[in-house]
Design a binder for this molecule. Structure first.
Ligand SMILES: Nc1ncnc2c1ncn2[C@@H]1O[C@H](COP(=O)(O)OP(=O)(O)OP(=O)(O)O)[C@@H](O)[C@H]1O
Length: 213
């Protein structure tokens, strides 16, 4: 019942973007993915979601390699359709996941019931983020991948998110959370990433190299 990664490496733009330590996350655990800007946190989540191909290594869930089929991914972009109502946005996601997830229950749990019939275009940044997180509740997937989920959230919403993740893990789910802001998470491994070493021929980060000065 564990999510296991071995020898993972991913290239983006022709350069090594991720070289992750091996990890094993048991059912009921939440893993914290930590590391400085550019260390590969988003790349790791994208790889687990099947959005970035592996250069090396393997990922397994319950002994099989089709990890992406078990994943619900909340990335940096909110994927909100502004012309649709808040409820219609979530219904569309429930249909995509074919989960039969309870849309109105998810809206209520994320504090969005009062704006369910408003166009999503009217949502504030935090409300859009909560709508993105409500997708997880209707997805019916065992593995939640969350990339900086606290961005734009107020303190009450961070506490509610923490409780939703805890409930997911209590039900036997797994969460993989990349965050610079450590908030209350269920127990689980800490996956510490460092930026892969760049070869002498590689182009470094011009910002970090001081090229703006
Ligand atoms: N679309 C892309 N094309 C090429 N390289 C990319 C792309 N996106 C990210 N990278 C590179 O991949 C490496 C890892 O980036 P990633 O976004 O995974 O880091 P991160 O740890 O999530 O950073 P942050 O804390 O800033 O969000 C960085 O060196 C980055 O420059």
């Amino acid at each position: 019942m564990a999510l296991i990664a071995e020898d993972l490496a991913v290239e983006r733009g022709g350069r090594l973007a991720l070289a992750a330590p091996d990890f094993r996350i048991e059912a009921g655990e939440a893993a914290l993915v930590a590391g400085p800007n550019g260390a590969g946190k988003s790349t790791l989540l994208r790889a687990l979601a099947g959005l970035s191909p592996l250069k090396r290594g393997r990922v397994m869930f319950e002994g099989a390699a089709d990890v992406a089929a078990h994943v619900a991914y909340a990335g940096h972009l909110d994927a909100v359709k502004p012309a649709l109502s808040v409820r219609a946005n979530l219904r569309a996601w429930a249909a995509i996941y074919r989960s039969g997830g309870d849309v109105d229950d998810a809206l209520a749990r994320l504090g969005l019931a009062h704006i369910a019939d408003e166009p999503a275009a009217f949502c504030s940044a935090g409300q859009k983020r909560r709508l993105g997180l409500a997708r997880l509740l209707v997805a019916g997937r065992r593995i939640w991948l969350l990339d900086e989920p606290t961005v734009s959230l107020d303190a009450a919403s961070v506490a509610a998110l923490s409780e939703r993740i805890a409930a997911h893990c209590r039900a036997g789910g797994i969460a993989v959370v990349a965050t610079h802001v450590e908030f209350g998470l269920p127990k689980g491994p800490r996956i510490e990433l460092t930026a892969p070493e760049v070869g002498a021929d590689a182009v470094g980060d011009p910002f970090l190299a001081g090229a703006w000065a």
